[in-house]
Design a binder for this molecule. Structure first.
Ligand code: NAD
Length: 257
């Protein structure tokens, strides 16, 4: 891929440092970490924003844990069902679409996401590592098997057609271990890249929050895109302060696409 140092035919609004464009232009391996901020412009509420209306009295820690599910499976299933329905009605935004385009520009491009909404895949991204699962998938609470259909008996939550156990969303809850294979792939992609983009994440939820630091230690050029400062901002090589849906299409334009 060739990046134009002279800038694109239709110059974007934000001034992206020329050196960053040059590094991206010569990069062969690019790794991206995304968080809830990337889906904010699609109208997907963050965890805490979702605590409105009927759900205002519940804390995420009281809903998104195996203990909460054991205590009140109907409550947890219904809360996730609301989020699932909401996600089904929203669309990928310009940030998701720009990342899907970027994937085509580099020989190696890995998108690691903490989001559970599936919007990257709906935008066309292919090499996606989901660290926290996906709310559009369902699995058996007892066996962990992913289940794609079940008889509609009216029970809430529905029962696993294989073993009769309760069904739950296929997401990683608080107090649950991270998926090992995905964490290994994410660490590998973060420590073997030329450029690492950390986008729309507060960089506090571990272990994902350590990935930009690992990329830095491995010698990558690390860029943060976020309208607000985070715990990582002062360490980043470049911090582009702005909404992902604005900054990423501009970055793509600078790359001549
Ligand atoms: P977070 O809520 O902790 O941080 C969101 C970050 O996005 C903030 O730093 C904020 O400044 C930034 N932001 C807000 N609007 C933005 C925009 N338009 N462009 C770029 N950045 C923007 O999110 P997190 O770091 O991902 O951690 C929260 C956890 O909650 C994650 O584990 C995630 O799995 C889960 N979660 C997922 C979704 C989803 O799937 N869409 C939504 C909410 C929470």
């Amino acid at each position: 891929m060739v990046a134009s140092g002279a800038g694109p035919a239709h110059p974007p609004d934000m001034t992206v440092p020329t050196e960053l464009i040059r590094r991206l232009g010569t990069a062969r391996r690019v790794t991206v970490l995304t968080g809830a901020g990337v889906s904010a412009e699609s109208g997907v509420p963050t965890f805490r924003d979702a605590q409105t209306g009927l759900w205002a009295k519940f804390k995420p820690e009281e809903l998104a844990t195996p203990r909460a599910f054991r205590r009140n499976p109907r409550l947890v299933w219904e809360w996730y069902d609301g989020r699932r329905r909401r996600v089904a009605t929203v669309q990928p935004n310009p940030a998701h679409l720009a990342l899907a385009e970027m994937e085509k520009l580099f020989p190696h491009f890995t998108l690691i996401t903490q989001n559970v909404d599936g919007l990257h895949q709906r935008a066309g991204s292919r090499n996606v590592i989901e660290l926290h699962g996906n709310i559009t998938r369902t699995k058996c609470f007892d066996e962990g098997t992913v289940i794609s259909s079940w008889p509609d008996t009216g029970e809430v939550p529905p029962k696993c057609p294989n073993c009769g156990g309760l069904l739950r969303p296929d997401v990683v809850w608080f107090e649950e271990p991270m998926p090992e294979a995905q964490m290994e792939q994410a660490a590998e992609a973060s420590t073997h890249c030329d450029v690492f983009l950390s986008i729309g994440t507060s960089t506090v939820v571990q272990p994902a929050a350590s990935l930009p630091f690992e990329a830095l230690r491995s010698g990558a050029t690390v860029v943060e895109i976020n309208p607000h400062p985070t715990t990582f901002t002062s360490d980043a090589d470049y911090a582009l302060a702005g909404a992902a849906g604005i900054v990423l299409p501009q970055l793509l334009a600078y790359l001549g696409k």
